[in-house]
Design a protein around this ligand. Structure first.
Ligand code: ARG
Length: 369
């Protein structure tokens, strides 16, 4: 997410230089005095890995002197709470104040813990020198306990057996969230038949989870609607993601999930704006796209691909997904909106394919009241 770089200020304060082949007892202490600095690949969700599994992504901003190190909790700390069996699922409900605790003092559009329970991370399982690690690919959204919606360009080159989805995640580098995240392997990937990898037309994909998510306070579905009532002129739309804070090499991926509110930009206006860029004066914005943003410094960015663009519905109690982060010309340039796969345009395909995946029609999760 653009303009959200504040966390980067946490980088590298201590004086000790990088050391090779460290013993556990030699690990540098983090600023808080309890955590230790370990190489990023030894830290999963804030805990030192003891079983050899991997991390979600290489992130910066660690508070350790070596930039490839991250602050990691002692492997002996206790596990957080497991899913809440008493949870009553309702799509699109935002936990404005987080769950259990509201974190004060955020400055850079950080979300609260579990504020957007449908937000998912699409990961790629990869084996690096004999160890399996999770590589962050893209964002996604839970639209049914067994189905995640993401962008086709995120997953079209990957086998379902290589993919994994993380639900209920918030801070990818720590595990102090009150509710545990849920990891699910993917057993099927369905790409829109008219997806075009060179221009990203019809950038829709569904991931079918090997076992359904356990809906909980931090894991729940987003609403889909074929005729959502979203109130102009403010629209109350926002995008969430772990993507980069700015375009290019200087941008860093985010540890804590970020959100940014975005104005909806009508199709014609967006096409006109995009024609002023290197796309040229004849550029035609496909019907499968919608646009949002165009305010300086407010945009999704690299790494946000597949993440949901959601808007508050007329009742103002539920969010409905209207877009999937697809592409942009740079990030956050004034008057150049970001481009999203239009979920309404793809609605019939999404619902039909989801129903096929579930083998029998599941009406409950498609409409909402
Ligand atoms: N294609 C990028 C990705 O998959 C998303 C870029 C979004 N860019 C933008 N300016 N909104 O991560």
């Amino acid at each position: 997410m653009r303009h959200l770089a504040v966390l980067a200020a946490l980088v590298a304060l201590a004086a000790a230089g990088p050391r090779e082949r460290r013993q556990t007892t030699e690990y540098e202490r983090c600023q808080d005095g309890t955590k230790v600095c370990v190489p990023y690949y030894l830290c999963q969700d804030g805990k030192v890995i003891t079983d050899g599994s991997g991390v979600i992504d290489i992130r910066t901003a660690s508070g350790c002197s070596n930039y490839l190190d991250v602050c990691c909790a002692d492997p002996h700390t206790t596990d957080p709470v497991t899913p809440d069996p008493g949870h009553v699922s309702r799509c699109g409900v935002r936990n404005y104040n987080g769950i259990d605790v509201r974190i004060q003092g955020f400055q850079g559009n950080e979300t609260q813990v579990a504020e957007f329970p449908w937000m998912s991370a699409v990961l790629k399982k990869e084996v690096v020198s004999g160890e399996e690690i999770n590589l962050y690919l893209c964002g996604g959204s839970l639209i049914h306990p067994s189905i995640v919606l993401t962008a086709a360009h995120c997953v079209n080159k990957h086998l379902s057996s290589d993919l994994r989805v993380r639900l209920g995640e918030w801070d990818t580098q720590n595990e102090y969230e009150p509710y545990k995240h849920q990891d699910r392997d993917v057993s099927a990937v369905v790409i829109h038949p008219r997806f075009n990898g060179s221009n990203l037309h019809n950038d829709y994909a569904l991931l079918y989870l090997q076992t359904p998510a356990e809906l909980s306070r931090n894991v729940d579905v987003i609403c889909l609607d074929n005729n959502p009532t979203i109130l102009a002129p403010h629209h109350n739309c926002l995008v969430t993601g772990w993507g980069k804070d700015r375009f290019g090499k200087k941008g860093v991926f985010q540890n804590v999930l970020k959100k940014i509110d975005l104005p909806y930009v009508p199709h014609g206006e967006c096409q006109t704006a995009l024609r002023t860029t290197r796309l040229g004066g004849f550029f035609k914005l496909d019907k499968s796209f919608l646009c949002a943003g165009g305010e300086a410094g407010k945009d999704s960015c690299s790494g946000d691909g597949g993440s949901p663009l959601v808007c508050l519905d007329a009742t103002k109690t539920q969010y409905v997904q209207v877009g999937i982060v697809a592409w942009g010309i740079g990030c956050g340039t004034s008057n150049i909106p970001g481009v999203y796969a239009d979920v309404l345009y793809g609605y019939d395909w999404i619902v039909a394919e989801a129903d096929k995946l579930l083998a029998s029609p599941v009406v409950d999760y498609w409409g909402y009241d």
